[in-house]
Design a protein around this ligand. Structure first.
Ligand SMILES: [Fe+2]
Ligand SMILES: [Fe+2]
Length: 149
């Protein structure tokens, strides 16, 4: 049976992927709102993974290196997001950067849902996975609340 943590992460990944495909295929005048929607979904997700999920994985020898790699991908994604925010939204460069972000995140999500989930099943107990899930949700909701404020 699929655990709650994986179910939640997959659902959020799906939403992020859907917003990204809308961003790269929508007319210029919807870019700003869609990008805002992306940030509201993606940033709390990454923040909560970084603080509730990856510290547990990087504490285990078997998942240490993969956790570091995933965190670097978050770091690069945030750099690209920052650059997108500093580009003119109606420019071709803005769209090109969004496509790079899409590629990057699709790769990252694929690795999380295969390698990272597999390592979690192997190295983390069901009880601890449930704790990660609860911490993840609390941190994510808290960050989202602060973004909306
Ligand atoms: Fe994720
Ligand atoms: Fe992630």
């Amino acid at each position: 049976m699929e655990n709650e943590l994986f179910k939640q992460l997959k659902q959020e990944h799906l939403e992020v992927k859907q917003i990204l495909s809308r961003i790269v295929s929508s007319p210029v005048d919807s870019r700003k709102n869609l990008f805002k929607e992306l940030k509201i979904n993606l940033l709390p997700h990454m923040e909560a993974e970084e603080n509730a999920f990856y510290p547990v994985l990087s504490n285990k020898q078997d998942s240490y290196q993969s956790a570091l790699e995933a965190l670097e991908e978050h770091h690069v994604a945030k750099m690209v997001i920052n650059e997108i925010e500093n580009s003119a939204f109606e420019s071709d460069t803005w769209l090109a950067k969004c496509k790079v972000l899409q590629d990057l995140l699709e790769h990252h999500i694929d690795e999380e849902e295969s390698e990272i989930f597999e390592l979690t099943r192997k190295t983390i107990s069901e009880q601890q996975t449930e704790e990660i899930y609860n911490n993840f949700l609390a941190l994510r909701n808290d960050y989202r609340g602060r973004m909306a404020a």
